[in-house]
Design a protein around this ligand. Structure first.
Ligand code: ZN
Ligand code: ZN
Length: 376
């Protein structure tokens, strides 16, 4: 058999991908084809998103000038509303540009990471200290590093292979078609939260502003021209719809950050299997699960057990303050301007994360339950 394999490999072209040898990636985000080069139409959703962000501005300016400046004759209100709406718009575009410009989470070799750490040592000191301070909460994963068979490279903790991008991304949250067809990961997640926050605040602000203007137009129909109330109504609806759509999405990500989960971890209960400690040997019979177990090996009852456990086990939840500090770097006293502008710098190497010791106990119990339920 080894003879046959050696002969086959001799005829393979040099650029062929390495044969699959492990099962680590079986339950990854997906198993699609290799990376497709980006073409102009991959950026269409991004253009649409930018258009949606710019669309209300002509009507908004018209309402501010006609209603606040001419009808109410209040330059102070006009300036305040102009300042608030355009500051929020500017901040939203700042984080959008950062998401597009920054690599979401490059997986570097240990040597390169070491070199980068030396360069950034002074810059990272504050957040590194914060990360070190949380180490007492639980041990880091001491198991051997994982390997991505598609990238033929090490795959650190919480890293996932995105088949659309054709690469591994540190602490990958999700692949977003709306943001330039790229991943949101360790280095861009804080900017993503910042972008959502700015859009939600802007939508709520415009909705409240225009609902007031609509009320005024109905109660004082002769005081204002005919077209301004139409712009008021359009903007009020636009603001309400955007606030509802992005608000629900924003609240979901607030929940994920507070409990230290990524979208992938939250929607994939069977990722939990990777974190199980070595399974105990069954007292009788043979073990039919591999170590770690794979999703397709589980019986119906075992799958239900894992799904139930997924609701309770928060592997990286080390308390909401520390969870937020990991994403936004709140422990840095000098980083407020950076966080206000783009949501923070996403410090930390993204390769290892403090673990919740209670979750480790729950995983040990789950490993026992999986074996005992299998026996039953
Ligand atoms: Zn990979
Ligand atoms: Zn991706």
């Amino acid at each position: 058999m080894p003879e046959v394999r050696r002969n086959t490999l001799l005829h393979l072209p040099s650029d062929m991908p390495a044969p699959r040898t492990t099962h680590w990636d079986e339950d990854d985000e997906d198993d699609g084809p290799p990376r497709i080069r980006k073409r102009w139409y991959h950026y269409l959703p991004l253009f649409l998103a930018v258009l949606l962000m710019l669309l209300p501005h002509p009507s908004l300016l018209l309402v501010l000038v006609n209603y606040h400046l001419r009808v109410l004759d209040s330059p102070a209100r006009f300036l305040i509303h102009l300042l608030v709406t355009y500051t929020l718009s500017f901040l939203a575009f700042c984080s959008l540009i950062l998401i597009l410009a920054r690599d979401p989470g490059p997986v570097t070799s240990p040597k390169a990471a070491e070199a980068a750490e030396d360069v950034d040592e002074r810059e990272d000191m504050g957040f590194m200290q914060a990360l070190l301070a949380t180490e007492s909460d639980g041990p880091h994963d001491k198991r051997p590093g994982k390997w991505c068979r598609k990238c033929s490279a090490p795959k650190p903790e919480r890293t996932h292979h995105c088949s659309t991008c054709g690469r591994c991304v540190l602490k990958m949250d999700h692949h977003c078609f709306w943001l330039g067809d790229r991943c949101v990961g360790h280095r861009t997640y804080s900017a993503f939260i910042h972008l959502l926050t700015c859009i939600v605040l802007l939508s709520v602000y415009i909705a409240v502003l225009c609902i007031q203007a609509v009320y005024f137009a109905f109660t004082n129909p002769l005081a204002i021209d005919e077209s301004t109330p139409l712009h008021d109504i359009y903007l009020a609806f636009y603001g309400i719809i955007m606030a509802l759509v992005f608000g629900s999405f924003w609240m979901y990500h607030i929940y994920l950050t507070t409990t230290n989960q990524t979208t992938l971890e939250n929607v994939s209960p069977f990722l939990l299997l990777r974190h199980l400690p070595p399974l105990p040997r069954p007292s009788s019979g043979t073990q039919i699960l591999s170590d770690p177990p794979l999703e397709h090996q589980l019986s119906h009852a075992q799958r239900r057990l894992v799904r139930d456990a997924h609701f309770h086990v928060r592997i990286y939840d080390v308390g909401w303050r520390k969870n937020w500090a990991q994403v936004m770097g709140w422990d840095q006293p000098w980083g407020w301007a950076n966080r206000l502008l783009v949501g923070g710098g996403c410090k930390g190497d993204g390769q290892a994360f403090p673990r919740n010791s209670r979750a480790d106990d729950m995983l040990t119990r789950l490993a026992h339950d999986l074996v005992s339920i299998d026996k039953d």
